[in-house]
Design a protein around this ligand. Structure first.
Ligand SMILES: *Cc1c(COP(=O)(O)O)cnc(C)c1O
Length: 393
């Protein structure tokens, strides 16, 4: 059944629940509650809800459940819990599993809001957090200890695209009994099977490639059934970061085309990286599948493709980068990624503006660095747009 299907079949069919009308496209159950036939039925459902029984949309909803089952089938996870945003998923996974006295080790190159949760939120409740260079396995080994309950990392970091050895970090974490929590947005579930590599919990911002068309915020936590139902669900259903049924429907429709989109985007990203590497106005082209990427061999072993994002260091620092952004005609200036539209970001003055210059430098975020999320437009058009903007410097 579902388990034997290949990815593209799962993305179209897994998790589908049809109503009595036999609709082809997934129904949006835009309802906050559910009617019970009798008082006894209500009592029984509150005691234990069956597979197709729902109580309240904060706890679960048929459209949301379809999304959870489809993404779980894709990831090869036992279960999933959908959330209102990617950050609700990161916060929900970490906060539900940690308590005062616990220790967390995290890669230091993180999405800004993830850094906030680890540095500013968890530490207020007595959790200690240590940050390491995620590519340095000795640093991971030195940082874990018996109180370490979780290690946290982004499989490819934003925006410098460092690749972390998930198998090796998982072995280090499991040796002290810690769970491995991976924010796998940049690698995508299409190109990296994180659970097979050793991760225990995988998180996505569905806002990115899963929607893939820049419409809605969403997130999801995937892992073993016991963890999702006994640890994550109680926390999330009572704290309220539920995904809306309408959003779940958008995400279901996004999943249908995700494999096609991600493959087209990754092929274009590689072609662009190859076309601009060595350009006199490009100091550095960063893409995991370029041979000069520091973790190229690891990236090729761990991922089927290099992902949909590349970064360029433009000559001339911020001035050069701004000129480049302003000269692009197809690629829009924004800060989402994984979208059908190609998007360019200048991290130092936007997503990473709040960091001190020293911190940015330590993360490799120079003033000339631009991040390009490659969309599904024609590859030659995108290369033409980028080359024309580079000529213009
Ligand atoms: C976007 C993003 C998030 C946050 O997701 P939202 O849906 O915006 O809340 C977390 N981690 C990574 C790596 C992201 O790219």
């Amino acid at each position: 059944m579902t388990k034997d299907w290949n990815t593209r079949t799962k993305l179209v069919h897994a998790g589908t629940r049809r109503s009595q009308y036999g609709e082809v496209s997934e129904a949006i159950f835009m309802t906050q509650g559910f009617v019970y036939d009798t008082a006894e039925a209500a009592e029984a459902r509150f005691l234990e809800a069956g597979e197709d029984e729902f109580i309240y949309a904060r706890y679960g909803n048929p459209t949301v459940r379809m999304f959870e089952e489809r993404i779980a089938a894709l990831e090869g996870a036992e279960d999933a819990f959908a959330t209102a945003s990617g950050m609700a998923a990161v916060n929900g996974a970490l906060t539900s599993m940690l308590k005062a006295g616990d220790h967390v080790v995290s890669a230091r190159a993180l999405f800004g809001s993830c850094l906030y949760i680890l540095e500013d939120v968890l530490t207020r409740f007595g959790v200690t957090v240590d940050f390491v260079d995620g590519t340095d396995l000795d640093a991971w080994k030195a940082a874990v200890r018996s109180e370490t309950k979780a290690v946290f990392l982004e499989s490819i970091s934003n925006p410098t695209l460092e690749v972390i050895d998930l198998k090796a970090v998982s072995q280090i974490a499991h040796a002290v009994g810690a769970l491995v929590v991976v924010d796998n947005v940049f690698a995508t579930p299409i190109f990296q099977r994180s659970l097979e590599l050793g991760a225990d919990v995988v998180i996505y911002s569905a806002t990115k490639h899963i929607d893939g068309q820049g419409r809605a915020l969403g997130g999801v936590i995937l892992g073993r059934r016991e963890f999702i139902r006994k640890t994550v669900e109680p926390y999330l259903k009572h704290t309220g970061a539920a995904m809306s049924p309408f959003t779940a429907w958008i995400m279901l429709k996004g999943l249908e085309t995700m494999d096609l989109r991600c493959r087209a985007q990754a092929a274009s990203a590689l072609a662009i990286a190859e076309a601009v590497a060595g350009h006199p106005n490009v100091e550095q082209a960063i893409y995991p599948f370029l041979p000069d990427h520091p973790q190229n061999a690891l990236a090729r072993a761990q991922m089927d493709k290099g992902g949909t994002v590349l970064s360029l260091v433009i000559k001339g620092g911020q001035g050069g980068a701004f000129k480049f952004l302003n000269a692009l005609e197809i690629i829009v200036i924004s800060n989402n990624l994984g979208d059908a539209k190609s998007i360019v970001t200048h991290p130092a003055t936007t997503t990473h503006q709040r960091l001190t210059p020293e911190k940015r430098a330590s993360l490799g975020i120079s003033d000339g660095l631009v991040r390009i999320s490659v969309g599904i437009e024609d590859t030659e058009d995108l290369i033409g747009d980028i080359l024309a903007a580079l000529e213009n410097l």
